[in-house]
Design a protein around this ligand. Structure first.
Ligand code: MGD
Ligand code: MGD
Ligand code: SF4
Ligand code: MO
Length: 793
């Protein structure tokens, strides 16, 4: 058994652990940013790029979907450490050209981690893997489009094709993509949102009529209280800390609800201020509630029951704007506090403290991210935090509202543009009226359903516009085996990743321009548009020369594919679209609600804000034409004896499946990623040792055990019974059927696991014995075992 890391790949024996940090950003962040920028881009290119990042005349950061302040409030350096990492990753000088693919057979690439693959640099030309071939080889764009068209036109039904989207795709590319897919004849448009804020979209749509945040940037500034639940802004939305600092300066308080004491929610050293660079910085959370994983629903209900008991309600709002209050109040009156304490792991005193802060705030903003939604009851969690806001009328008034903080920089915009497997009828009607064809009306596959369709042979062609589907999805081994059944897999990707090495019978990689790059078409420099977490739409234009002269924009790729596949069967001017994006925006203005006059509106510096009825006028377009209180049962997620509840999260040195580096600085983990954070008392009761190597084993309803081998146990301040590890290494533990009720979002954050001492107890990288293929091992016992190879990261 190999215990040495492949050359240049992750060597977990280098892993070191120190105490978690008590603040985010500060001078270290500036140092790390500059170092990363210069290493990847060189000094000149780094300066050229960063001065345009998040500026009104520049390009939108490829990192998260945190909004920009209005143009007059922007700094010259309007970005964070992780924004610099995101840009550096794209604007790197490294190249994975044809020589790279010629030098590395697919078999070798298959054993590499996503970290190593990503570090090889930008892909420079289209590549194809012919049936049975050992290497990817160059192919012309025209030949590539013809090959895809041949496959698509050869299917028995358009529903045998699946078109995935990741949330970096611009509004223009997203619009033409969904148009092409529907003109081709299917709604199979799963996206990263299915794994991300799907529970938010479903839950909010039900209770307020729209699945988006109800606040503005100013509301955050003027809030008196911010409740931040299941979110780690110091790492994942770092500029949010500046907004929180500003709010605190205006007198706001913060409650953090999180199993972990995340550094960014303890203290922030703002690099834009002297106090942040040399002083103590700003204290963030006034109260941290170290809730047990999945204890939020019970916590929100307990707080609500106290508000009810103490009479801190906005009766006018409840009466005029809500439905279902009585049933909800009835449920709260009967709340079982024993269940609450068991579920939350908190004391009554801690909960009362939070309730008092909420009771006395007249303007509260509720923020959340993955910690609330990636659970079986993710939709119920979203509805429950909404209940809490409704009780005090904290929606549709200044300084208050619901704020799901989105992930990918344009994930929200892609949905607005129609990337959705369950499109509403009015959107399809508008497409029909504008383009003169009848779009398919049946719902398509979401991410989980798409995997099942490949697994069961119902789908044959996978097309991914960005992202890294196989690595991001749950149930890695099942997902990989499913995608291997495909006739053709196509990935539109900037850099090599796992979805290229887990491929169908034939495979293509199509390299697009990145957002930081100039996009010249028809002699004119084209801009694109994006939407942030606060429904603000603005333009983005890259300043850099493209990584290769072979790259094509995503708009071009989609329109060219449409021409190759559909010919002139539809009256859609694909070539005009591809040569002049204003023509696309004109159509967006006519089809997408709230986008009339799109071109003129995005001409404004800073763009425009899409309408949001609850935010703007307290109008709720729900079934009841009111905000709806809902009743969800109070539950405790049952964790059998000897097991722990595992959440899978991001380190400070990754963007989803793109691993930038191996340091999770704020949590004190350096030089490796295969760690499992466990409460010290659980380490004792489970008869483990700090630093010991264990296999993480999950047992799921399908009777299988799933194993992620060789993780180092790290003693960490997390609630009893709870553990944490990084994604995507642990995705193999989440069964496809572990998903949220109502939204089908994988339950990545509540996995019941046990930790089994690994043998031999030594560090290293390599495949564990007997699991080379990653196939389920049927060892004759009642259950099947899925053991993931260790390189799955
Ligand atoms: N640098 C960087 N930025 C990113 C990303 C990235 O990978 N890297 N990814 C982007 C994307 S796509 C997204 S969706 C966002 C994700 O942003 P986050 O949602 O902040 O990301 P996670 O790391 O998944 O962390 C979730 C937080 O929830 C907590 N948590 C886990 N389980 C529970 C629970 O049951 N209850 C509560 N209350 N808390 C819980 C965890 O301790 C952690 O602090 O970030 C975006 N921004
Ligand atoms: N266990 C666990 N699993 C999770 C999560 C979790 O918290 N825990 N989080 C989930 C969430 S919130 C999300 S959003 C998904 C993420 O799922 P995805 O969006 O599918 O994954 P990413 O890692 O963001 O995609 C990275 C790849 O995108 C390509 N890329 C980068 N920039 C561009 C570009 O400009 N254009 C194109 N065409 N390609 C580009 C690169 O080739 C890179 O390898 O993962 C989900 N999976
Ligand atoms: S907060 Fe998000 S969008 Fe802003 S610079 Fe940082 S990574 Fe980019
Ligand atoms: Mo996400």
């Amino acid at each position: 058994m190999s215990r040495k890391a492949p050359r240049g790949d992750i060597d977990e024996s280098e892993l070191s652990v120190s105490a978690a940090e008590d603040h985010a950003a500060g001078p270290t962040a500036v140092g790390v940013s500059l170092k990363r920028a210069v290493e990847e881009m060189g000094v000149r290119r780094a300066a050229q790029t960063l001065l345009k990042l998040n500026q009104a005349d520049g390009f939108d950061c490829q990192g998260c979907a945190w909004p920009d302040p209005s143009p007059e409030h922007r700094h010259t350096a309007e970005f964070c450490e992780n924004g610099v990492k995101a840009v550096s990753e794209e604007a790197t000088r490294r190249r994975a050209g044809r020589e790279f693919f010629a030098a590395h057979p697919i078999e070798e690439l298959h054993d590499r981690t996503d970290y190593w693959l990503g570090r090889q640099g930008r892909i420079t030309e289209p590549m194809v893997l012919r049936p049975g071939a050992s290497h990817y080889e160059p192919i012309s764009w025209d030949e590539a489009f013809a090959l895809i068209a041949k496959h698509l036109n050869g299917l028995d039904s358009p529903d045998q094709a699946v078109f995935y989207t990741s949330g970096k795709v611009s509004n223009e590319a997203a619009f033409v993509y969904q148009l092409f897919v529907r003109a081709y004849g299917t709604n199979n448009l799963p996206d990263c949102s299915n794994m991300c804020h799907e529970s938010t979209s479903v839950g909010l749509a039900e209770v307020i009529g729209i699945g988006k945040a109800s606040v503005t940037f100013e509301d955050v500034d003027h809030a008196k209280l911010l409740v931040i639940a299941g979110q780690n802004p110091g790492t994942n939305h770092p500029r949010m800390l500046s907004a929180l600092e500003e709010a605190k300066r205006n007198g706001a308080k913060i409650i953090a609800i999180n199993p972990l004491k995340e550094a960014g929610l303890v203290r922030f050293k703002n690099p834009q201020t002297p106090r942040g660079m040399v002083g103590h910085g700003t204290g963030m959370a006034d109260l941290h509630l170290p809730v047990r994983i999945n204890g939020d629903l019970a916590l929100f209900q307990a707080i609500a029951s106290l508000l009810l008991e103490w009479g801190h309600l906005d009766h006018d709002f409840i009466e005029q704007h809500t439905y279902g209050f009585e049933a909800y109040a009835e449920h709260l009156r009967g709340l079982d506090w024993d269940l609450v304490l068991a579920s939350t792991g908190l004391s009554r005193d801690q909960i009362e403290q939070a309730a008092r802060m909420i009771a006395t705030s007249r303007k509260t903003v509720y923020c959340w991210a993955m910690g609330l939604v990636q659970h079986r009851n993710g939709v119920a969690n979203v509805k429950e935090i909404s209940n809490l806001a409704f009780l005090q009328g904290n929606i549709g008034k200044p300084g208050a509202g619901l704020f799901p903080v989105r992930g990918h920089s344009n994930v929200q915009g892609d949905r607005t543009m129609g990337i959705w497997e369950r499109p509403p009828a009015h959107f399809l009607d508008a497409l029909r009226d504008e383009f003169g064809f009848e779009p398919p009306r049946e719902d398509g596959y979401d991410a989980v359903a798409a995997v099942k369709a490949f697994r069961d042979g119902r789908a044959k062609v996978f097309f991914g516009l960005g992202g890294n589907f196989v690595a991001a999805m749950s149930d890695t081994i099942v997902t990989e085996n499913a995608l291997r059944q495909a006739d053709l897999t196509v990935q539109v990707s900037t850099k090599p990743n796992r979805s290229h090495v887990v491929h169908g019978r034939e495979a293509l990689i199509l390299p697009p321009l990145g957002r930081s790059e100039k996009d010249i078409k028809g002699g004119r420099s084209q801009r694109v548009t994006v939407e942030d977490s606060l429904c603000s739409v603005h333009a983005s234009q890259g300043p850099l020369e493209p990584a290769s002269d072979q790259l094509r924009s995503e708009v071009d790729i989609v329109c060219s594919l449409a021409v190759a596949t559909l010919g002139d069967t539809h009256d859609i001017p694909w070539t005009e679209f591809k040569d002049d994006y204003r023509q696309i925006r004109r159509r967006i203005g006519r089809v997408v609600p709230g986008c009339a006059g799109y071109e003129e509106k995005v001409d404004e510096p800073g763009g425009f804000v899409l309408p949001h009825p609850p935010r703007d006028t307290r109008t709720f377009t729900t079934d009841k034409d009111r905000a709806i209180f809902t009743v969800s049962p109070t539950e405790v997620l049952h964790v059998p004896e000897g097991r722990l509840l595992l959440q899978t999260m991001r380190s400070h040195d990754q963007f989803n499946t793109t691993i930038y580096g191996l340091d999770d600085r704020y949590r004190g983990i350096k030089g490796g990623r295969r760690v499992v954070l466990v409460n010290p008392r659980d380490i004792d009761t489970h008869q483990l040792r700090d630093g010991q190597y264990v296999d993480i084993v999950s047992e799921t309803d399908d009777g299988c055990t799933r194993t992620a081998p060789r993780f180092r146990v790290v003693s960490y301040d997390t609630p009893r019974g709870c553990a944490a590890a990084y994604y995507p290494e642990t995705n193999c533990l989440v069964s496809l059927d572990a998903k949220a009720v109502g939204s089908h979002q994988p339950a990545y954050k509540s996995i019941v696991v046990r930790l089994v001492p690994a043998t031999p107890d030594a560090p290293g990288v390599g495949r564990p014995e007997g699991t080379a293929t990653g196939e389920p091992v049927d060892d004759g016992a009642e259950t099947k075992r899925h053991v993931a190879p260790q390189h799955l990261s």
